[in-house]
Structure formats: C-alpha cells, structure tokens
Design a protein around this ligand. Structure first.
Ligand SMILES: [Zn+2]
Length: 317
C-alpha cells in the first residue's frame, strides 16, 4: 500500500460529532439540537448543498465549542489519533486561530493549545508526524485579526506550526484584497499555501501565485486556463485537491466531472486530500478509492501523487 500523506485538512471540519456534543454539555452551551444524532447531521453537509457559503455553515457548530484551550487541545489530539489509526504518516492540519477568540483566548493561546494537542497525539502515536497551518480568513472587517495571525505564525513557526493559509468565501472576498496580509507573510519568509481557484476562477490563482505561494488549496479552476496550467507546471506549484469537497461546494457538478485526472495527466503536481473529514464524510482512504474507481488511477500514479505531496510538505527535518 502507498504511504498516506494529507496536506489539506481543516480541524473544525474534522471533529468527532460525539466530542462536539460532549464539549457543548461540558461547557454548558445551550444547543438547539437535542441528541448526538442531530449534532452529527448538522455537522455533515446536506446532499443538496449548493454553494461554498452553505458548506461553510457546517462549521458554525464546531466553532461554538472551540473557544476554550482544553477543547482545542482535545480535538487536535483526537484528530491526530484518528489520522494515525487510519495509517496516515504525515499530515498538515489547518485552522483559523481568529475563530476561537470569542471566549477570551488570544490567537497565541489558541495556537498553543492546538500545538499541545498535536504534540500529545504524536507522543501517543509515534508513527505520525503532524504540522499545523494557521489560516487567515477572507472577510472585509478582519484585517487586524489576519495580520495578528501572521504575527503569531512568525512567533510559533517551528517543528509543529509550519505555514500560513487563507480560507473562507473566495467569491465574496477576492484574493487580491489580501495583498497586505501576504506582503507580511513574504516579508517574514513564512511558508504559505492559499485557497484559490475553488469558488473563484483562474485570476484568483494568478493573484495567489503573485503573492509567492508554491502551494494552492484546490486550484481546480486551472483546468479552464491552459496558460495557467503551464505556469503551475513550470513553477512546480502543488495543488491540494479535495475531490469530494469540490463536489459538495459545487465547484464541479458531479464527482465524475472533476478535472483531477486531466490536471494530473497534463503534468500538474496534484495531490489528494480530505479537506473536511466530518463535514464531507470522507477521509484520505475514501478519496483514494474515488481516484481509483472513478478516474482509474493506478497504484503507481497514486504513489506519484504521494511523492508530490511529500515533496511539497512544509515540515522538512
Ligand atoms: Zn480547505
């Protein structure tokens, strides 16, 4: 079996529903939901989900319980545990510290709690290595919070915190609006990846490349732009592709119409990722099965993808 490397995985989209239920009770949060089953359903994307924005509503409930340090530590540990048990040997987990400051934590304290959880996970499961990517958020009122995220990333960059990203509603808040944030990322020489070419087109990816990134989250819009695809190839840019998630957010009308096969065959460095294990009801193993069954990827081709992922990882000893 091929080695398993996961480069694009959101913490808040990958929580155990039972944990969210337990944390809500522990923290005395009055949920409008009355059972573990209802929590599970709420966290899972509905079959008729129509947009990225609707998809992102899946994160409201998890974020309610992620405002305390012990909860952040716990869920990070549990995700490392889930990945290790699934045989993943290297994973980069991402989250936005600014979404966990409603209970009085600073972004730095949020990051410290997640780092503790990741370290405890790696101690319990020595077969896995985990990095944390700090996400800025697309928006028009949070520039100070984004700049703080970059500062925190600079402060904690090391053997766990490994890069900066930007996530959120790409069509509402275009990538070009975040130049100031990524100027700072570049000035500090922080490793980065950028969600782009998911809900917006090739121009969003071009902007991301102009910020200096060598990794792009999703990037499926490149299929509409041969020149851009060539640029990705020439510049050794790695795409973190998440097939099931792209179907759920209607980036593609069906799984079968996903361009991952065409991108790979053209020579783009494509990797396979889960994005959100709970929200999309998936994991790396399921995504790989889709690549085999729907797109006919061979073991050798999958090994090539894992090689791309390994080369693009942020934590290099
Ligand atoms: Zn993502």
């Amino acid at each position: 079996m091929n080695r398993l490397i996961e480069l694009h995985l959101h913490l808040d989209g990958s929580l155990r529903p039972d944990t969210v239920w337990e944390l809500a009770n522990e923290q005395g949060i009055d949920l409008p939901l009355h059972s573990r089953e209802e929590v599970r359903n709420q966290m899972r994307v509905p079959e008729n989900c129509k947009t990225l924005e609707e998809y992102l509503e899946r994160f409201d409930l998890p974020l309610l319980v992620l405002q305390k340090a012990d909860a952040l530590e716990r869920v990070t540990f549990e995700l490392v545990e889930d990945l290790a048990k699934a045989g993943v040997e290297y994973a980069e987990i991402r989250f936005a510290p600014q979404l966990s400051v409603q209970g009085g934590l600073t972004q730095a304290e949020v990051v410290e709690a997640a780092v503790q959880g990741a370290k405890r996970g790696m101690q319990a499961y020595p077969g896995i290595r985990v990095g944390l990517i700090l996400c800025c958020m697309r928006g028009d009122t949070n520039e100070a919070l984004n700049l703080e995220t970059v500062e925190v990333a600079r402060q904690y960059l090391g053997d766990v915190v490994c890069a900066v990203d930007i996530a959120g509603a790409e069509s509402l808040f275009p990538t070009e609006h975040f130049k100031k944030v990524f100027d700072k990322v570049q000035a500090y020489h922080l490793p980065m990846t950028i969600h782009a070419g998911e809900a917006a087109g090739p121009e969003s990816m071009r902007t991301a490349l102009s910020f200096g990134t060598k990794r792009i989250g999703h990037g499926v819009a490149a299929i509409h732009d041969a020149e851009l695809m060539q640029e990705l190839i020439d510049q050794n840019v790695t795409l973190e592709v998440c097939v099931t998630s792209n179907y759920h957010t209607k980036v593609v009308p069906s799984i079968a119409e996903h361009p991952i096969r065409k991108l790979f065959d053209a020579g783009v460095r494509v990797t396979v990722n889960s994005d959100n294990m709970t929200a999309s009801g998936t994991n790396l193993g399921k995504e790989i099965e889709i690549l085999k069954n729907t797109f006919g990827f061979t073991e050798d081709e999958l090994a090539k993808m894992m090689e791309y992922a390994w080369e693009a990882r942020f934590l290099k000893d």
